[in-house]
Design a binder for this molecule. Structure first.
Ligand code: GTP
Ligand code: MG
Length: 254
């Protein structure tokens, strides 16, 4: 059975990290895994993580003092990860950790990539307000116009995904800003993607770090990727329903 590395970018998430680790461990019970925080916090989040790691040695934290930025944090995490399957998940519990189990099942079933989606039947965007809906819908559309590799993906701008490590063996990733999955989808090599429905949750602790700079960086990133993206031929995207997802978890993970 493959080992899973969950890379978690964190910035001032002291009130979320313990709960997150407990939920990830529950979701991946019986599956070899590590949780790797790449942290740029100015509060005591890294100390809280070190404390958790005393009783859970599969939890690690890499704290950066001189650098900031979500996408570079995640890329560093992928580099430091020791698993065969690499995942990215936010620290604030907006991505429900229970979804990690079906994500592993999707890769075990033969997919190279698993992308949970809020926007397919069975999914839920967590009651985003109209402004956030408009911004993320526009970002999605712009990305799909500029980058053909995003066109078949229903929720390509989120930060929740898992893939086989070999997909990024020779990927030319030069991330700016936040949209790390866009960078991976454009530069990695893969043949099969599975989408599964999930419900995005509201943030209950800590604060959002989203600002307008992020939107501009996203445009800059899409422009850069237009010439740098890899042409993966014959990529298939399979969309599982909730029932199918449950059946696959039973079949591949027991
Ligand atoms: N390492 C690192 N992590 C970051 C940085 N900025 C944000 N994060 C983390 O990235 C994840 C996503 O950030 P959020 O602020 O929750 O962004 P969001 O989910 O798009 O926005 P909300 O819906 O408002 O929460 C969280 O786990 C943050 O702690 C950063 O500069 N460095
Ligand atoms: Mg968030």
């Amino acid at each position: 059975m493959s080992k899973v590395s969950i890379v978690v970018p964190s910035y001032n998430e002291r009130d979320n990290v313990r709960n997150l680790v407990e939920q990830i461990d529950k979701a991946l019970e019986g599956i070899d895994h590590e949780i790797l925080f790449v942290d740029d916090s100015t509060d005591d989040t890294p100390q809280v993580i070190e404390e958790i790691a005393k009783t859970r040695p599969h939890v690690r934290v890499k704290h950066r003092d001189r650098e900031k930025g979500l996408a570079t944090a995640v890329i560093l995490g992928f580099r430091l990860a020791t698993g065969d399957y690499l995942a990215c998940m936010d620290a604030d519990l907006q991505h429900p950790p229970a979804i990690l189990r079906p994500m592993v099942a999707a890769l075990e079933s033969g997919a190279d990539f698993c992308i949970p989606s809020r926007l397919i039947p069975g999914g839920d965007d967590g009651g985003l307000n109209w402004y956030r809906k408009f911004v993320s819908g526009t970002a999605r559309l712009i990305g799909q116009i500029m980058l053909p590799c995003l066109r078949k993906i229903s929720d390509p701008t989120s930060g929740l995904f898992m893939f086989k490590k070999e997909c990024i063996a020779d990927a030319d990733m030069r991330p700016v800003g936040w949209k790390i999955m866009v960078e991976v989808l454009a530069t990695a090599r893969y043949r099969k993607i599975v989408e599964i429905p999930y419900a995005f949750a509201q943030r209950t602790a800590g604060e959002s770090k989203l600002d307008t700079k992020v939107t501009l960086q996203y445009l800059q990133q899409c422009f850069g990727l237009m010439s740098r993206s890899v042409k993966n031929r014959g990529v298939t995207v399979e969309r599982w329903t909730k029932d199918q997802t449950d059946q696959m978890v039973k079949k591949y993970l027991g």
